[in-house]
Design a protein around this ligand. Structure first.
Ligand code: DGT
Length: 220
C-alpha cells in the first residue's frame, strides 16, 4: 500500500483534491484531512485565530499542536493495511515550509526553533514516518489569496499576499522540479508529482489520473 501526501500553499485546493480522490477511488484509498479543526478548538480556545492575531506570541504553541496532530495522522495512516492512504499536509511540510518561514521572519525565537527541529527529528527518525510520494499542488500565490478570500474563513482575514509568497517560495525550493535546492531534504528525496492547481477541481483530478501508475506503485 502507498502512503501519499498532498502538499501546497494555503487555499490551493488540497481539500478539494482529497475529496475528489475519495469519490474516484472509493475504498481503495483512505483519506486523512488536515488537522486544522483541532487548532480551531483547542482547550476551548481558537488557536488558529490566536496565531493569526498575534503570531509572535502564539506561533510556537501552534506549531507544537500541529506537529502532534500531524504525527497522530501519520501513525494512523501507517496502521492502515487495506487501502492506500492520502494525507493532507505532513510533518515535513510543517517543518520545511511553516517553521522555516517563522524562523526567517523572526516570529519564533532561536530556542523555539531548536525545540521544533528537535521534535521533528525525533518524529522522523524514531517513529519512522515514511511517505512514498508527494503530490504538490502548485498555483500562484495570487490565486491562493483569491480562493482564501472567497471561502472566507474568519481566522484567515489577516493573510496577506506577502505571506503566501513566502510560503510559495519555500514550497518551490522543496518540491519544484526545476529548482536546484530541491531533493536535498529527507522527504524531498521521495517521488514528487507536480499538479497545476491553477485549474478547476476536475482538471486537477484529470492531471492526477494521468499519473496513476506512478502514484500507486510508488514504493521507494
Ligand atoms: P486547501 O484545501 O488547499 O485550501 O487547504 P487549507 O487552506 O484549507 O488548509 P491548510 O492546511 O493549508 O491550512 C489551514 C489553515 O491552517 C491555514 O490558515 C494555514 C494554517 N496552517 C496549517 N498548517 C500550518 C502550520 O504548520 N503553521 C502555520 N503557521 N499555519 C498552518
Amino acid at each position: 500500500m502507498v502512503h501519499i501526501i498532498i502538499e501546497g500553499n494555503i487555499g490551493v485546493g488540497k481539500t478539494s483534491l482529497l475529496e475528489a480522490m475519495k469519490e474516484t477511488y472509493g475504498s481503495s484509498v483512505k483519506v486523512f484531512p488536515e488537522p486544522v479543526k483541532k487548532v480551531q478548538c483547542c482547550a476551548g480556545e481558537n488557536l488558529l485565530s490566536l496565531m493569526y492575531n498575534d503570531p509572535k506570541r502564539w506561533s510556537f504553541t501552534f506549531q507544537k499542536a500541529i506537529a502532534l496532530a500531524m504525527m497522530k495522522i501519520h501513525m494512523e495512516a501507517r496502521k492502515t493495511t487495506d487501502a492506500h492512504t492520502v494525507t493532507e499536509r505532513s510533518i515535513f511540510g510543517t517543518k520545511i515550509v511553516f517553521v522555516e518561514h517563522l524562523k526567517n521572519k523572526g516570529l519564533i525565537t532561536k530556542m523555539e526553533h531548536w525545540l521544533l527541529e528537535d521534535e521533528f527529528n525525533f518524529y522522523v527518525t524514531q517513529l519512522k514516518v515514511n511517505p512514498d510520494i508527494i503530490v504538490y499542488l502548485r498555483a500562484p500565490p495570487e490565486v491562493c489569496l483569491k480562493r482564501i478570500q472567497e471561502r472566507g474563513r474568519p481566522e484567515e482575514k489577516k493573510i496577506t499576499l506577502d505571506y503566501l509568497k513566502g510560503l510559495h517560495d519555500l514550497h518551490e525550493r522543496w518540491l519544484a522540479p526545476s529548482c536546484n535546492h530541491c531533493h536535498n531534504d529527507i522527504s524531498a528525496s521521495k517521488n514528487v508529482i507536480v499538479i497545476d492547481a491553477n485549474q478547476s477541481k476536475s482538471q486537477m483530478l484529470t492531471q492526477l489520473r494521468s499519473f496513476e501508475e506512478k502514484l500507486f506503485s510508488a514504493h521507494l
